[in-house]
Design a protein around this ligand. Structure first.
Ligand code: DP6
Length: 357
């Protein structure tokens, strides 16, 4: 460790990190935030959380989260959750024992809008912790070790967050056909293994309803423990992973569409068939699904929908079809969105570190 690093008592790091949308869903987990099955997602471009994390060295044992604000306002509810997370991270970032953190967080999308804001937030937090660790150790590298540790740490905050550490397409969960894959962190599928037709996919997030969801994802995962379809789901997810990797590599759009929609409807089917069962989709969700499928049949455009743990539709389509699909969104789908709200998103290149103090 350099002398300068020893002398550093305070500093500020900034990260901007995106949400992601799963094509093969993570649903169900084991002890220690280990996924029940592997999942695959792409990282978004526009739906991001920005974190400014200020650190200050204090007496040994006194460290922890001091202040937290969201979109310019102190937020006690999130502060409690993030504070707990920071406590749990003391096992992985030794500096936290004697460091105060002041965190300012901003998000570009409505919370609870069905875009996984926790994935963006926890990936940004984990990356910021890594930057502080680097600062204090006098290191600069943001190489594969740095990103792997960030993905590991993000996972412990929210499972899906580990996939947001990388741009493009990522996989979380041990999958035999993907060497290097792990339950502990996500890995990036190299861009050259993604067929050009999928590299710049568009993702229109169509907001059917923006009220807070009734059942949290964490509670939903827990209901997979005794689920009647648990074993079948594990088998299905494995098959869908294989097929999705094949579709992505070969540019097979029909196969891609089939798996994406199968995964979306399975996710909500699993929620409905949990004990107790619950329903997060709304009438508007079904109406949009019908419109999207009808448009696909009539136009031969291979667009498709997926759903997160909420009622909002993620419409996925290729750049080559954008000129046709945009009028369809404007004329047919926005009328079904709450206050015509939508987010024009797509595949992004991953988190970025902003300037430092
Ligand atoms: C439906 O990652 O939000 O979005 O690990 O309990 O924080 P926790 O759950 P979370 O679950 C997301 C589930 C999903 C599917 C997915 O992103 O794979």
């Amino acid at each position: 460790m350099s002398k300068a690093a020893h002398d550093k008592n305070s500093g500020l790091v900034f990260w901007e990190s995106p949400a992601n949308i799963a094509l093969v869903k993570y649903w169900g987990k084991l002890q220690g935030q280990i996924p029940m099955n592997p999942s695959l997602s792409f990282t978004l471009r526009e739906s991001v959380v920005r974190i400014a994390m200020r650190y200050e060295r204090v007496a040994r044992g006194a460290g922890g989260l001091r202040t937290f604000s969201l979109n310019g306002q102190p937020n006690e509810k999130f502060k409690a959750r993030i504070g707990q997370y920071i406590e749990s991270m003391k096992a992985h970032y030794a500096f936290l024992a004697d460091t105060f953190l002041d965190i300012e967080s901003q998000s570009t999308f409505p919370h609870s809008a069905g875009i996984a804001s926790s994935a963006a937030a926890f990936s940004a937090l984990a990356l910021a912790l890594g930057s502080i660790e680097n600062d204090l150790d006098g290191r600069h590298g943001k190489g594969s070790d740095f990103l792997q540790k960030a993905s590991f740490a993000a996972r412990l905050g929210s499972g899906s967050a580990c996939r947001s550490v990388y741009g493009g397409f990522t996989v979380w969960g041990k999958f035999d056909k993907l060497p290097g894959s792990s339950n502990d962190y996500a890995v990036k599928i190299p861009d050259h293994e993604i067929h050009p037709v999928f590299r710049n996919l568009h993702n229109a997030v169509l907001i059917v309803d923006d009220t807070e969801k009734k059942v949290s994802s964490t509670a939903g995962h827990a209901l997979m423990n005794g689920h009647d379809f648990r074993q079948s789901r594990i088998v299905q997810a494995s098959k869908n992973m294989s097929d999705m990797l094949l579709a992505l590599k070969t540019g097979n759009e029909e196969l891609f569409v089939e798996i994406v929609e199968n995964e979306a409807l399975t996710l909500h089917g699993l929620m409905m068939s949990s004990r107790p069962g619950y329903v997060l989709i709304k009438p508007g969700t079904i109406l949009m699904i019908e419109k999207i499928r009808q448009y696909r049949r009539e136009s031969n455009v291979n667009l498709c929908f997926t759903l997160d743990a909420g009622p909002n539709i993620h419409l996925i389509y290729s750049t080559k079809d954008a000129a046709k699909v945009r009028p369809f969104i404007n004329q047919e789908l926005l009328a079904l969105c709450k206050n015509r709200q939508w987010v024009d998103d797509g595949v992004g290149s991953g988190p970025i570190e902003k300037q430092k103090s």
